[in-house]
Design a protein around this ligand. Structure first.
Ligand code: PSU
Ligand code: MN
Length: 309
């Protein structure tokens, strides 16, 4: 169990980790920057509930007054969701948050880093960051983390706002397995289709757990990206999304929005342009991913069940 002065771990999660029972990490940038109020708080609660119902302990990770919290109470969730001024915390922002005693939502990259330090190997999010279309140099730290941090990340594919072929090329170069859950096609966040492939198709949580054990027992250090297509009922066809994403993307360039602000701007604008349909899709996929992550965590078991990292 990690003992670090900057970490606060809830007793429930400590016990779950000590007993080697399944734990699922949940990110918090989606709460602080990804979703509007009040849907953000509702989603945070619903994700925790979905993880519990699937038999695992949820560990929402966030910064509060400069401490890295592994697991939040309901009051803490409310505070994070309501706060006007939270940082978006990726690798280089942890020290800022600690020194300034700030509140912050951890990105996929930041959450993977903290989860791995705490010994949590399975993590659920909506869509990972990647290579942006607007600038060739805007490559999310999420990709570097996937290359370096041995954690299973369950997502609904790359965010459709990204340059998905370039994102997949980067993951291939860095040796990150891209697993399609019950699909041969890499899903594109709001849509189930992208015409892009995956490196492996696996059809059950058990198979994914076996895959992770095999990968890590060979000494591989990378994460494993599990792409879980958005449920059919909530999906928006790619052809419908493309012009909307192009419009939001053009507006971002026009308004000079870049860096950390780009992803929240695009998600917000796309939600406006789809009259909330994309937001509904985003919420549905997040819950769907929380469930699958809990099932995978249940199959994976802890170090005692035989994986090396
Ligand atoms: N997925 C969502 N909503 C989000 C994000 C992902 O459904 O808000 C967040 C994640 O935290 C991800 C971040 O790490 O967006 C990517 O930001 P950037 O492109 O600046 O790295
Ligand atoms: Mn970026």
């Amino acid at each position: 169990m990690i003992k670090h002065p900057d970490f606060v771990i809830t007793p429930e999660i400590k016990i779950a980790l000590d007993l080697d029972t399944p734990v699922v990490a949940l990110e918090s940038t989606v709460i602080t920057h990804g979703l509007p109020r009040p849907q953000n708080l509702q989603l945070a609660r619903d994700m925790e509930k979905a993880v519990r119902e699937a038999g695992a302990t949820p560990a929402t990770i966030a910064l509060l007054e400069g401490k890295i919290h592994i697991g939040l109470s309901d009051e803490e969730l409310v505070r994070l969701a309501d706060s006007e001024s939270t940082l978006k915390v990726s690798h280089r922002d942890f020290a800022t948050a600690i020194v300034k005693k700030a509140d912050g939502g951890t990105t996929v990259a930041g959450t993977m880093y903290a989860a791995n330090m705490a010994g949590i190997k399975v993590f659920a999010t909506g869509g990972i960051g990647g290579v942006h279309k607007e600038s060739a140099f805007d490559v999310s730290t999420d990709l570097r983390s996937l290359a370096e941090i041995p954690t299973i990340v369950v997502c609904a594919g790359g965010k459709a706002i990204l340059d998905l072929p370039a994102t997949l090329e980067y993951l291939e170069t860095m040796g990150v397995p891209v697993v399609g859950y019950q699909t041969d096609e890499f899903p594109a966040f709001y849509s189930r289709e992208s015409r892009l492939g995956v490196s492996a198709r696996l059809d059950s949580p058990k198979e994914i757990a076996e895959f992770a054990r095999a990968h890590w027992n060979l000494g591989m250090k990378s994460g494993i990206l599990v792409a879980n297509p958005i449920p059919e009922a909530d999906a928006i066809p790619a052809a419908k999304m493309e012009p909307i994403i192009a419009k939001a993307s053009a507006e971002a360039i026009e308004q000079g929005i870049h860096g950390q602000k780009l992803t929240p701007f695009l998600l917000g604008r796309i939600s406006e342009l789809t009259k909330g349909k994309s937001l509904k899709a985003n919420l549905a996929m997040l819950l769907n991913n929380a469930r699958l992550a809990a099932q995978i965590a249940g199959e994976l078991g802890g170090r005692k069940k035989g994986w090396a990292i």
